[in-house]
Design a protein around this ligand. Structure first.
Ligand code: AMP
Ligand code: GLY
Length: 419
């Protein structure tokens, strides 16, 4: 079969890597792909949000399965457009993608369905939002309602920071329309984990857990990022937390969606805070996590094509997933300046020296120029390794990180080092 993977990140490289191992797959296209995907797929110069061109391409090439990586095309309704043309596509439709597209909608939904989450209020106007701050404890969390490329959450440690955050979102419109509304919510204390489930409209199937590291610096310091590394499984997601998450978060969500006529299909990604009162939902994403996917794909033993097809056609209840025992670690190597303004165009050295067992270097912000691989984005590589335990996986991943270099590269050295 012919597969089209939409996106250009490490997540998409990992999906392509796994899909390419299926005996059912003849050809993979990546739109637009990156400097690494070209080795396994044909990169097509169509951007992930150019739905008309993606649709025309899928029709012309008679694509059997399209897999959407990032949230933007999902929230724009790419699945609705493909389904109209009877083209099989993996991901939620526009209505389902609201879970990621609007934090205000989702928080209201969680409240109505009594799903554990931080207490919150939604504001569109600056003055009442400021008044509300006077009654609140600090730190406090301020979130732009819409998609803001992972930058729309501000943790304000005192009132002055909260006022300045509200000013920049509601008055200066730094996130444009995505900041037309803000959610102001209680700061939750605990450990975070990513819990992803495949959903086929009615049944669901959990993926193994993964532990993201959002802050740029070691020991969880510095600004938030899209994710600096992941290990899987997360030892903190115990059987009891997993069951509580399913019972108090996932099942009521799926019920609540169906009640509203929303048939969610694809990956439902729950960002959890494991608090003293049990797991609470920080956010939903409507797609595979990045870099969670990199760490999960090196552990998944099943044919990914079968899994994605079962999700699309409502047959998840017939399936079970099998994970390589042991653990995996993905270390994100980032460009100078990330998560702020980054330097790009730096030549990446040492990629040819990488050949360790069970280790894959997934590309994200890379491109090939004159036979050389150069940096082209913030998160550049996701060095991913599996091992018989976390220690082995971590050692393998960091061995590779030490061999790969470019000007200004930085990465956290504490991924997979349990605290
Ligand atoms: P979100 O995009 O909503 O997951 O937020 C991004 C990151 O901000 C999360 O991964 C947390 O690290 C942090 N965060 C978000 N909401 C809260 C909260 N209510 N309490 C504490 N930290 C939060
Ligand atoms: N790793 C966080 C995310 O995919 O949103």
């Amino acid at each position: 079969m012919k597969i089209l993977v939409i996106g250009n990140g490490g997540r998409e490289h990992a999906l392509i890597w796994k899909l390419s191992q299926s005996s059912r797959v003849k050809k993979i296209y990546a739109a637009p792909g990156n400097g690494g995907t070209g080795a396994l797929a044909e990169n097509i110069p169509i951007k992930a949000d150019n739905i008309p061109e993606l649709l025309a391409f899928a029709q012309k090439e008679k694509i059997d399965l399209t897999v959407v990586g990032p949230e933007v095309p999902l929230t724009m309704g790419i699945v609705d457009e493909f389904e109209k043309e009877k083209l099989p596509i993996f991901g939620p439709n526009r209505t389902g993608a609201i879970l990621e597209a609007s934090k205000a909608w989702t928080k209201q939904f969680l409240k109505e369905e009594k799903i554990p989450t931080a207490h919150f209020e939604v504001f569109e106007e600056y003055a009442p939002a400021i008044d509300f701050l006077s009654t609140q404890a600090y730190p406090i969390v301020i979130k732009a309602d819409g998609l803001a490329a992972g930058k729309g959450v501000i943790i304000a440690k005192d009132r002055a920071e909260a006022v300045s955050a509200l000013e920049s979102v509601l008055k200066d419109k730094v996130f444009g329309d995505a900041g037309r509304k803000v959610v102001i919510e209680e700061f939750l204390v605990g450990r975070e984990a990513s819990f992803q489930v495949l959903v086929d409209g009615h049944s669901f199937l959990p993926l193994d857990s993964a532990q993201d590291h959002k802050r740029v610096g070691e020991g969880d310091t510095g600004p938030n990022t899209g994710g600096m590394g992941v290990f899987s499984p997360s030892p903190y997601v115990t059987e009891s937390i997993r069951q509580q998450t399913i019972d108090t978060i996932i099942l009521p969500t799926l019920k609540g969606l169906l009640k509203r006529g929303i048939h969610f299909k694809g990956v439902l990604y729950a960002g959890l805070m494991m608090t003293q009162d049990g797991p609470k939902l920080l956010e939903y994403n409507c797609r595979f996590g990045d870099p969670e996917t990199q760490a999960l794909m090196v552990r998944l033993e099943d044919d990914l094509v079968d899994v994605l097809e079962a999700t699309i056609s409502g047959r998840l209840s017939e399936l079970s997933l099998h994970w390589k025992p042991g653990a995996s670690v993905c270390v994100v190597m980032a460009a100078h300046g990330y998560p702020g303004d980054v330097t790009t165009g730096d030549v990446i050295e040492g990629l040819d020296r990488v050949s360790l067992p069970e280790t894959v270097v997934f590309h994200a912000g890379t491109k090939n120029v004159d036979g050389k691989t150069v940096t082209s984005g913030g998160r550049v590589l996701g060095v991913t390794a599996a091992g018989k335990d976390m220690r082995q996986a971590r050692e393998r991943a960091y061995d590779v990180c030490e061999k790969v270099h470019w000007k200004g590269v930085h990465y956290r050295r504490d991924i997979g080092g349990l605290k």
